[in-house]
Design a protein around this ligand. Structure first.
Ligand SMILES: C[S@@+](CC[C@H](N)C(=O)[O-])C[C@H]1O[C@@H](n2cnc3c(N)ncnc32)[C@H](O)[C@@H]1O
Length: 305
C-alpha cells in the first residue's frame, strides 16, 4: 500500500529503490515501516503480524543519508560475482590467520557441531569452499562427506588437500541429480548470503535431508550486511568484495519451519572490544568503529521431524 507520500514515492521509484534496496528489505522484513510527515502517516505496509515502527520522514532520510555517506567514504572496493570472486580468493583463502569472520565462524561452528553426533552419518557441506571445516568433520568419522560449491577454484583447493573427496561443482540451487533424503546432516557455513534465491535453495536442502535430518547454518549477520558490511579480500593489491544478498534470519528459519523443522539453537556474536586487534592488524579501525556493537555473525541449528 503506497500512498503519494513524496519520500516513499522516491523510494519506490525503481532507480532509487535499487540504491536503498538492502536497507528497505531488511527493515521491511522485521517491521511494518510507516513513514510519517507532521504526524500524518503517508505510507506503510500494514501487515498485522509484524511490529510497527513509525519513522519520521526526516529521521528516515537522515538515516539513509548517513548510511550512504558511510558507504561513499569507505575505501574503493570492486565488487565481483560470487564465482569470479571465490575463484580468485581460492589461492589465499586458507592463508588468513587474521580473518575475523573465519575466527568467529570457527567458534560458532564448533559450538553447533558439538550438538550433533555425526559419526556414521551421511554429511553434505554446501558452499564447502576449501573444506575449512573438514578436519573437524572427518575426525568424527562420518559415513561419508560430500562437498558442493559453485566455485571450481575453491573445490580444486579442497581436492588438493583431500584427493579422495566427493565434491560437486553446482550451477544452480536445485540439486536435481541428488535423490530425496540423501543426507543425515547438512552444514553450510558463511554461504547463504551469497545465494540470491534463498527460498529455492533452502527448499532444495530440506528435500535432501532425511526425515530426522539436522542442519547447521552460519553466516555473516544480515544486520551488518544491510548496513554496508562486505566480505572483502585482497587480490593483486586491489580490495575486492563478493556480492551478498541480505536475507533476514527469520526468512531462512521460516522456510525450514514450513518444511517441518524445529529450531534447536540460534547464536549470534556482536563486535566487541576483544575483536579490536583483528581490525588493527588489517588497518581497519574505521570499520571497527563503524560496526562496534553490531551482530556480525549468526548460527542456527534445526532438526527435521
Ligand atoms: C565464505 S566461503 C565459505 C567456505 C566454507 N564453507 C568456509 O566456511 O570456509 C563461501 C562459499 O560459498 C560458495 N557458494 C556461493 N554461492 C553458492 C551456492 N549457491 N551454492 C553453493 N556454494 C555457494 C562460494 O563459492 C564459496 O566457496
Amino acid at each position: 500500500m503506497i500512498s503519494d507520500g513524496p519520500f516513499i514515492h522516491r523510494l519506490y521509484n525503481p532507480n532509487c529503490y535499487k540504491k536503498y534496496k538492502s536497507f528497505i528489505v531488511y527493515y521491511a522484513a522485521y517491521f511494518t515501516v510507516v513513514a510519517c510527515d507532521n504526524n500524518k502517516i503517508i505510507a506503510g505496509n500494514l501487515n498485522p503480524c509484524k511490529a510497527v515502527i513509525v519513522i519520521k520522514t526526516d529521521t528516515m532520510l537522515a538515516t539513509i543519508k548517513n548510511y550512504l555517506q558511510r558507504r561513499i567514504s569507505a575505501p574503493a572496493v570492486t565488487e565481483k560475482s560470487v564465482v569470479e570472486a571465490y575463484d580468485l580468493w581460492s589461492a589465499d583463502y586458507d592463508k588468513q590467520p587474521d580473518n575475523l569472520m573465519l575466527y568467529l565462524d570457527a567458534r560458532l561452528f564448533s559450538l553447533l557441531i558439538s550438538q550433533i553426533n555425526i559419526t556414521g552419518k551421511h554429511i553434505a557441506d554446501i558452499g564447502c569452499g576449501t573444506g575449512r571445516h573438514w578436519p573437524t568433520l572427518l575426525s568424527k568419522q562420518p559415513a561419508d562427506l560430500t562437498g558442493f560449491d559453485v566455485s571450481g577454484g575453491m573445490l580444486s583447493k579442497l581436492n588438493e588437500k583431500y584427493p579422495e573427496a566427493h565434491t560437486n561443482l553446482i550451477t544452480d540451487n536445485l540439486f536435481s541429480d541428488i535423490p530425496d533424503e540423501s543426507y543425515d546432516v547438512i552444514i553450510s557455513t558463511l554461504t547463504v548470503a551469497h545465494i540470491e534465491d534463498i527460498e529455492e535453495a533452502i527448499q532444495a536442502w530440506s528435500r535432501l535431508l532425511k526425515s530426522d535430518g539436522e542442519i547447521i547454518i552460519t553466516d555473516f549477520h544480515p544486520h551488518t550486511l544491510a548496513f554496508g558490511g562486505k566480505r572483502t579480500f585482497k587480490h593483486n593489491n586491489a580490495v575486492l568484495a563478493v556480492h551478498n544478498y541480505v536475507h533476514p534470519i527469520y526468512t531462512i528459519k521460516e522456510v525450514l519451519l514450513k518444511n517441518n523443522f524445529s529450531l534447536l539453537s540460534q547464536e549470534e556474536i556482536k563486535i566487541d572490544e576483544s575483536m579490536k586487534p583483528f581490525y588493527t592488524k588489517q588497518n581497519a579501525l574505521h570499520v571497527y568503529e563503524k560496526y562496534k556493537g553490531f551482530p556480525v555473525i549468526y548460527g542456527i541449528h534445526l532438526k527435521k521431524g
